[in-house]
Design a protein around this ligand. Structure first.
Ligand SMILES: Nc1ncnc2c1ncn2[C@@H]1O[C@H](COP(=O)(O)OP(=O)(O)O)[C@@H](O)[C@H]1O
Ligand SMILES: [Mg+2]
Length: 304
């Protein structure tokens, strides 16, 4: 009994000390936890402040972006109307001056004026098209037509300039009639852009071959040339806007703005098609081809 009492007292004291320590540490943990929560809250509110600043900056940048876009639209409509109109007049007056007079110098000068005006008109048309395509302001006029006839027209159109450059331009005709639903003018534009390049990048004595055929519900058109060719990296990059090959031979620099292939790309994509290019390397010619489905919705598309 005499031993039990001090033992009990010690146990009670121990328990009390344990309880007191637990209360102390629980309170301390709660305080620490509270401090931690407060620190997180402060960090969050600081982050929130930063986000608000970023949001208002983004709002301002967005407004600026909208303003610049409006300026771009205005500029493009000025280019379309205010520049194209006088250029058409220049062409008209130049051909009016060409009254059949035989003075060679005068004829040469008139020819140069016409050529410059035609080139500028074509560059401006490309610019206007690129703007319409990138702004989604592009509609397709889908109609059924005979593809063989379009290809014949294009071939005849380019045969004269190919002969003039002593390039052997060939069209591999299809013996069967191919009917396709597409925007004829836009497909004409895409093929012309590809063909223009093939003739531009091929020297006298070279050849350009146009081919078309159907394959599992698709229409495939290809243009192969024996011209300056491309490096591997350009096979995809040539379809970007304002992109010309860094490895292009110097003699071609300054000819064009690097828009033709991006327009062809957008036209083909708008027809749910695929366009690609290939080359075995510099000096070894190029191949450009695209496919579009033979059937498209007959209704006029509102852009894409
Ligand atoms: N048939 C081709 N042979 C070699 N390079 C080509 C050919 N077609 C296109 N390219 C390359 O792709 C670039 C982009 O073509 P394009 O968009 O038509 O622009 P541009 O003709 O105004 O230079 C050309 O500058 C050229 O570097
Ligand atoms: Mg071109």
């Amino acid at each position: 009994m005499s031993i039990l009492l001090p033992l009990c007292a010690a146990a009670v004291c121990g328990l009390c000390a344990f309880a007191a320590a637990k209360v102390y540490y629980t309170a301390k943990n709660r305080r620490d936890f509270g401090d931690e929560v407060r620190a997180h809250c402060a960090a969050l509110s600081e982050r929130n402040g930063e986000l608000e600043v970023m949001l208002s900056r983004l709002g301002a940048e967005n407004a600026e972006f909208k303003r610049l876009n409006e300026i771009k639209s205005k500029f493009m409509s000025m280019v379309a109307h205010d520049l194209k109109q006088p250029l058409t007049s220049v062409q008209g007056y130049a051909s009016a001056l060409d009254d059949g007079e035989q003075d060679p110098l005068r004829r040469k000068m008139i020819g140069n004026i016409t050529k410059a005006a035609v080139n500028m008109t074509s560059l401006i048309n490309d610019l206007v098209d690129v703007y319409a395509l990138s702004a989604g302001k592009f509609s397709l006029n889908m109609k059924k037509f005979v593809y063989n006839e379009l290809m014949d027209d294009i071939y005849q159109q380019y045969k004269v300039s190919a002969d003039g450059k002593q390039i052997d331009l060939r069209l591999i005709e299809m013996p069967v009639k191919i009917e396709v639903v597409a925007d004829k003018l836009r497909i004409h534009q895409a093929v012309s852009n590809i063909l223009n390049n093939a003739l531009k990048f091929t020297k006298a004595g070279g050849s350009v071959e146009i081919r078309y055929y159907t394959d599992s519900g698709n229409l495939r058109t290809s243009v192969r040339d024996s011209g300056s060719g491309m490096v591997n990296v350009d096979r995809v990059r040539v379809f970007e806007r304002f992109r010309q090959s860094d490895f292009m031979p110097d003699e071609y620099r300054g000819q064009g703005w690097g828009l033709g292939m991006s327009i062809a790309y957008d036209v083909v994509r708008a027809h749910h098609g695929i366009i690609e290019s290939d080359s075995s390397g510099p000096g070894r010619g190029s191949l450009f081809w695209f496919t579009i489905p033979l059937e498209q919705p007959l209704a006029e598309a509102d852009g894409f």
